[in-house]
Write a protein that binds this ligand. Structure first.
Ligand SMILES: C[S@@+](CC[C@H](N)C(=O)[O-])C[C@H]1O[C@@H](n2cnc3c(N)ncnc32)[C@H](O)[C@@H]1O
Length: 337
């Protein structure tokens, strides 16, 4: 097993926290929602400024240990809810006048380093991969779904070119023994893939990523979370998203660009075109990346991308085109029940 001790030191390293604070003009204070509390890196950085208040969410019950200290320290300015961000409207109502809603997407290093949870291919435990508040585990997926669906999961969410071979070998293997542990899955992947010595990433990376996204409905969560964020923000408020995965970034970019005042139009005479149909101020399509200092300290942050958008004063309407555009992902995740 690989030595993970060097990573442990970084488990509280919040990615691009200074950039997030800058985008939010933190000195002005305001009401924040931190949709992905994790180890509380963003929330504590925000609360260290006066005149800020934070409502924080995280779906993972394991992170409660990182919440109590913040609760003690910032009694009147901080509230935590152990829920998914797709349910944000259950704890924040439309009149709450939120200034900033922040998403730092994906899995945390703490979740990866807890080898019992099976997120890492270095684990020897069960392939579970549930972040929390969900019903089926990765092991359920491996043992219950047919070849066609497994193939689609690995291909669509992992961009895994050997998806079909992996899916077929999973189904062959589980006829002999149910697939319960990470080493069982890793050995099936190794058997199914040709070793490519030029490739820098581990043979299992893409399959593990795909399973995790599917098990946790990560694409549906993101789309639902973004839509609810647009509904809860006050005019002039900002949605800020840090993502690591190209599909997530595509979704964020599409939403910000196509629902902003300056969105590009197919044609002036486009029949559905409605001048009023926007939710955001002009979107500049600006991507912010980690600086050199952060990259030196925390190399895994290299694939992070920060995007933000400003809510305008138009009444909220449901952005149907967003769901339609990404229906391929939503339909596949819909099979996860
Ligand atoms: C990258 S970490 C966030 C780290 C945090 N910004 C910090 O500074 O410590 C992502 C967190 O988001 C949580 N998460 C992922 N998807 C979620 C969802 N749909 N709803 C709520 N929390 C989610 C994970 O459980 C994890 O703790």
């Amino acid at each position: 097993m690989k030595d993970l001790s060097s990573l442990k030191k970084l488990s509280h390293f919040p990615v691009m926290v200074n950039e997030v604070l800058k985008v939010c003009e933190i000195e002005k204070g305001g009401q924040y929602i931190d949709c992905t509390y994790g180890a509380g890196g963003y929330t504590n950085a925000i609360l260290s400024y006066p005149n800020t208040r934070v409502i924080a969410l995280d779906r993972d019950p394991f992170i409660k240990q990182f919440v109590s200290e913040t609760e003690k320290k910032y009694k009147d300015r901080f509230k935590f809810f152990n829920i998914k961000f797709s349910e944000i409207n259950k704890v924040v109502d439309k009149d709450s006048k939120v200034d900033f809603i922040i998403f730092d997407l994906g899995v945390s290093l703490m979740q990866i380093l807890n080898l019992k949870r099976g997120f890492s291919f270095n684990s020897h435990s069960e392939v579970d991969m549930r972040m929390g508040n969900n019903s089926i585990s990765a092991s359920d997926v491996l043992n219950k779904f047919d070849i066609k669906t497994l193939n689609k999961i690995f291909k669509i969410f992992g961009d895994e070119k050997d998806s079909l071979r992996i899916a077929k070998n999973i189904v062959l293997e589980r006829k002999k023994n149910p697939i319960k542990t990470v080493p069982q899955l890793v050995s099936i992947i190794k058997k199914s893939k040709k070793r490519d010595f030029k490739k820098k990433i581990n043979l299992s990376t893409k399959t593990f990523q795909a399973l995790r996204i599917f098990v946790n409905n990560e694409i549906s969560e993101l789309i639902e979370g973004l839509i609810k964020a647009a509904e809860l923000l006050k005019a002039g408020g900002k949605i800020v998203v840090v993502s690591f995965h190209s599909t997530e970034d595509k979704i964020v970019k599409f939403f910000f660009r196509n629902y902003s005042k300056n969105r590009s139009r197919p044609s002036r005479y486009y029949p559905d075109f409605n001048e009023e149909e926007n939710l955001f101020e002009d979107y500049k399509n600006k991507v912010i990346k980690p600086g050199k200092y952060e990259l030196n300290l925390n190399n895994p942050s290299r694939s992070a991308k920060l995007r933000f958008v400003v809510r305008n004063d138009k009444t909220f309407f449901y952005p149907k085109k967003l769901k339609k555009k990404f229906s391929k992902y939503l339909d596949l995740e819909g099979e996860n029940v």
